[in-house]
Design a protein around this ligand. Structure first.
Ligand SMILES: [Zn+2]
Length: 304
């Protein structure tokens, strides 16, 4: 009998797993639309936190996500910075799933405040991941496939520091959002934080920081294998300060999908070379289709 029970159990696991994977159709990512969105975001000009261009861009993000069918929420807050008291705005765009437990997909939309005289587009650092999230919202809402988990796309303000990355400079939006989740007792419902940052480099080479959650990293590598994109994904030999940190500190499995190798020796990072010429629709497609595959076919069940 034990053999029979074991055999039946295996059969039913294979049967249900097989049925499930056949049913799920991963929404198709449109790189041309994401490139159009990226170009639009860049057209707002330099858009560091607290500027009028930043606010106009935030309104565009919220309107676009709402137009695509997500439930949006603009969260304004004030914070003392080295530049004085600034107003920040996080945008949350929610797609309800079959479960109320949720996954956060994050991107910062502010750009680095640069010294006068430097023409800074932030096409990669700011616009690429933001455009990618918007296109993911569009394609998921347009598809027939309802996600299993509720998806919260969160556009963080104030990722960039004004002077030096540290406790009271940088990550303003993600810290505020993570603290809010804690206050609202939402932490137990959050299954993962998937952060995207600098994902448009035309010479794409994703370098997951070492402090990314191991389980999530493996799930991402599997999604990359399923989409034929394995060669673009690897580890960075170090950790990074980015918007995943406040969530990681609260015990949420977090991953930072970042290409921190932008131009020779990362020399395009925070420079005038971070422009439209150095990003590509193909890179957006690779990250978009891999992330969608992870969201729809990844196993986000809580480990017991
Ligand atoms: Zn940056």
């Amino acid at each position: 009998m034990p053999y029979f029970i074991f055999y039946s159990l295996c059969l039913s696991i294979f049967f249900f797993a097989g049925c499930d994977s056949r049913k799920i159709i991963v929404p198709e990512f449109d790189e041309q639309n994401s490139m159009r969105l990226l170009t639009k975001l860049v057209s707002f000009g330099p858009r560091s936190a607290g500027t009028a261009a930043n606010l106009r861009q935030a309104e565009f993000i919220a309107e676009t996500a709402r137009g695509y069918g997500a439930i949006t929420n603009s969260i304004k807050f004030k914070q003392l910075t080295t530049e004085g008291l600034l107003e920040f705005i996080n945008i949350e765009a929610v797609i309800p799933g079959r479960r109320k437990e949720f996954i956060i997909i994050g991107s910062h939309f502010d750009t680095k405040k640069m010294p006068a005289g430097i023409k800074f587009e932030g096409a990669n650092d700011g616009a690429s991941s933001t455009a990618l999230l918007l296109e993911m919202i569009r394609t998921i809402k347009a598809s027939e496939t309802k996600p299993e988990y509720t998806l919260k796309f969160v556009f963080f303000d104030g990722e960039e520091c004004f002077n030096e990355y540290g406790n009271n400079d940088a990550l303003f939006g993600s810290k505020h959002y993570a603290n809010q989740m804690k206050e609202q007792n939402l932490l137990p419902q959050c299954r993962a934080l998937i952060l995207l940052d600098m994902v448009g480099d035309k010479d794409l080479n994703i370098t997951l920081p070492l402090d990314s959650d191991k389980g999530l990293s493996e799930m991402l590598f599997k999604a990359a294998a399923r989409t034929g994109n394995s060669k673009y994904f690897d580890y960075l030999p170090t950790s990074l300060i980015d918007d995943h940190i406040p969530f990681k500190k609260m015990g949420i499995p977090a991953i930072d999908i970042i290409d921190f190798d932008f131009g020779p020796g990362n020399s395009f990072w925070h420079s005038s070379e971070d422009n439209i010429k150095n990003v590509s629709a193909k890179s957006l497609k690779i990250i978009g289709e891999t992330t969608l595959n992870l969201l729809f076919l990844g196993n986000f069940a809580k480990k017991t």
